[in-house]
Design a protein around this ligand. Structure first.
Ligand code: SAH
Length: 379
C-alpha cells in the first residue's frame, strides 16, 4: 500500500463531538488562522503558544496577559486537551509507563526512562502496527489506526505534566530526550509525526532540540530522506539481521525494501557526519542472529555510513517465539563490533517488571479482548 493510501485508510477520527475545539496540535500557522477566524490579531497566536507549550497552562483564566473578555471567549469555544490515563505503572528502576486513552477510547503506551544525566520519553505513533516483526509484542497486534499529531504530542505533554516540568526549563530536564520507538511505525504516519515533532522542537515552547530526538524505523525506504530533510532528527534503523534471507523472516518489511535499498537510502541521509551517526538497532536473539559471523557481517554491511550500533537483548513477552542471547554471546558480539571501531553499547533493559521494555508495548484493549475471548472459548 502506498504511504498516502495507508494514511487515508488508517486515519484517526476527525476532531471532537463536544462542539469545542482542542487547541493542542495546531501548528503556528493554523493557530494564527484560528485567531483570525475569531477576530483577533495574529500576535494572539504567539501569546497562546507561549501558554500552551512553554507554560503548559490549560486554564484560560490563568493566561493573565490576555484580556478578561478574550479569556471568556476562548473558554467558550476551545479547550486545551490531554490524553486520558487508563493505566499508570511505576517500575522499581524508576521507569514509568502509561497507557494513554485517546478521544475515541483507543489506547497507546508511552514510557519515561530516567537516567543520571537525562530522561527519555518513548513515544508511540500508531495504535498497533502493520509490520509484524516476529520478536515484537506490538507486532502481534493489528494496526488499529494512526495517531493524529495532537495525540503524539499529547504523550509528551502528559509526561511533562506528570514530571511537573513547566515552564520549559533550560537545563537539567527530566524529560530531555524523545525516541519515536513506542508502538507503531513512525514513517508510516509521517505527516502526523512530523507535525508533532515540529511543535516539540519549537524554541518558544517545549524546545527539545532535534539532536535530542531519535526516530526509529524498520526501514520505510521512500520516507527516509524526507525525515532527514524536513525534521533533521537522529535516525535509528531496526536492522536485526544481516542477510535478506533472515531479515525477510523476522522484519517482514524487508521483502518490500531489502537491505541493499535500505543501505543506499542511509548513505544519502541528509546531515550525516562523524558527529551525527545513524544508530543500527540489533535485537539479540539466541541462536538466530547472534553468532560472531553475524557480528563480522554486520560491521561490513554498515561500513559505508557513519554508524553506531545499539545491541538490544531480546525482551521476552508471553508466548514469544525467541529467547534472549546469553550474556557471553552478547559480549562476544559487542567486542567484534567495538574492535571494528564502532561504539556498541548494549541497551540495558528498563522497566521489565512492568512490561515497559522495548518491544513489550501493546494496547490494553487488545489484551483484554483476547482474555475475554479466551474465557469465552474455555466456557
Ligand atoms: N517501528 C519502529 C519503532 C518501534 S520498535 C521500528 O521498527 O524501529 C522500537 C525498537 O524496539 C525497534 O528496534 C524494535 O525492533 C525493538 N524491539 C521490538 N521488540 C523487541 C523485543 N521484544 N526486545 C527487544 N527489542 C525489541
Amino acid at each position: 500500500m502506498s504511504s498516502e493510501k495507508h494514511a487515508a485508510t488508517f486515519a484517526p477520527p476527525a476532531v471532537d463531538a463536544s462542539g469545542k475545539r482542542d487547541l493542542i496540535g495546531l501548528d503556528r500557522g493554523e493557530l494564527e488562522a484560528l485567531m483570525a477566524e475569531v477576530g483577533e490579531p495574529k500576535f494572539r497566536a504567539r501569546q497562546l503558544w507561549h501558554w500552551l507549550y512553554h507554560r503548559g497552562e490549560r486554564d484560560f483564566e490563568k493566561m493573565h496577559n490576555l484580556s478578561k473578555e478574550f479569556r471568556v471567549r476562548l473558554a467558550d469555544k476551545f479547550y486545551v486537551g490531554r490524553p486520558g490515563v487508563a493505566v499508570s505503572l511505576a517500575s522499581i528502576d524508576g521507569t514509568h509507563k502509561w497507557l494513554l486513552e485517546m478521544r475515541d477510547g483507543q489506547k497507546v503506551e508511552a514510557v519515561h526512562i530516567p537516567e543520571e544525566d537525562r530522561g527519555t520519553l518513548c513515544v508511540s505513533s500508531q495504535v498497533g502496527c502493520t509490520l509484524t516483526c516476529k520478536f515484537c509484542h506490538t507486532g502481534t497486534q493489528r494496526l488499529v489506526r494512526n495517531l493524529a499529531a495532537d495525540e503524539i504530542l499529547g504523550q509528551v505533554l502528559h509526561a511533562r505534566d506528570h514530571l511537573g516540568e513547566w515552564p520549559s526549563p533550560k537545563d537539567g530536564r527530566m524529560l530531555s530526550n524523545i525516541v519515536m520507538m513506542g508502538m507503531g511505525e513512525p514513517l508510516y504516519n509521517f505527516d502526523a509525526v512530523a507535525k508533532a515533532l515540529k511543535i516539540v522542537m519549537d524554541g518558544e515552547g517545549i524546545a527539545i532540540s532535534k539532536r535530542r530526538i531519535t526516530l526509529s524505523t524498520a526501514g520505510v525506504v521512500p520516507l527516509i530522506e524526507r525525515c532527514g530533510a524536513e525534521l533533521g532528527v537522529n535516525l535509528a534503523i531496526s536492522l536485526h539481521a544481516v542477510t535478506d534471507e533472515l531479515r525477510d523472516q523476522i522484519v517482514p518489511i524487508n521483502k518490500k525494501y531489502p537491505i541493499k535499498e535500505l543501505m543506499a537510502a542511509l548513505e544519502n541521509y541528509p546531515g550525516l557526519s562523524n558527529a551525527r551517526r545513524i544508530t543500527f538497532e540489533y535485537v539479540m536473539l539466541k541462536g538466530v542472529n547472534d553468532s560472531p559471523a553475524d557480528a563480522r557481517a554486520l560491521v561490513k554491511l554498515i561500513s559505508k555510513v557513519p554508524a553506531k550500533v545499539n545491541l538490544i537483548p531480546f525482551n521476552p513477552w508471553p508466548g514469544a517465539p525467541f529467547e534472549r542471547s546469553t550474556p557471553a554471546a552478547i559480549r562476544d558480539f559487542s567486542d567484534i563490533v567495538f574492535d571494528a571501531g564502532y561504539s556498541s553499547p548494549v541497551r540495558t533493559p528498563r522497566g521489565e517488571d512492568i512490561m515497559a521494555a522495548c518491544g513489550q508495548l501493546k494496547s490494553d484493549s487488545v489484551k483484554q479482548r483476547r482474555s475475554e475471548r479466551d474465557r469465552e472459548a474455555a466456557a
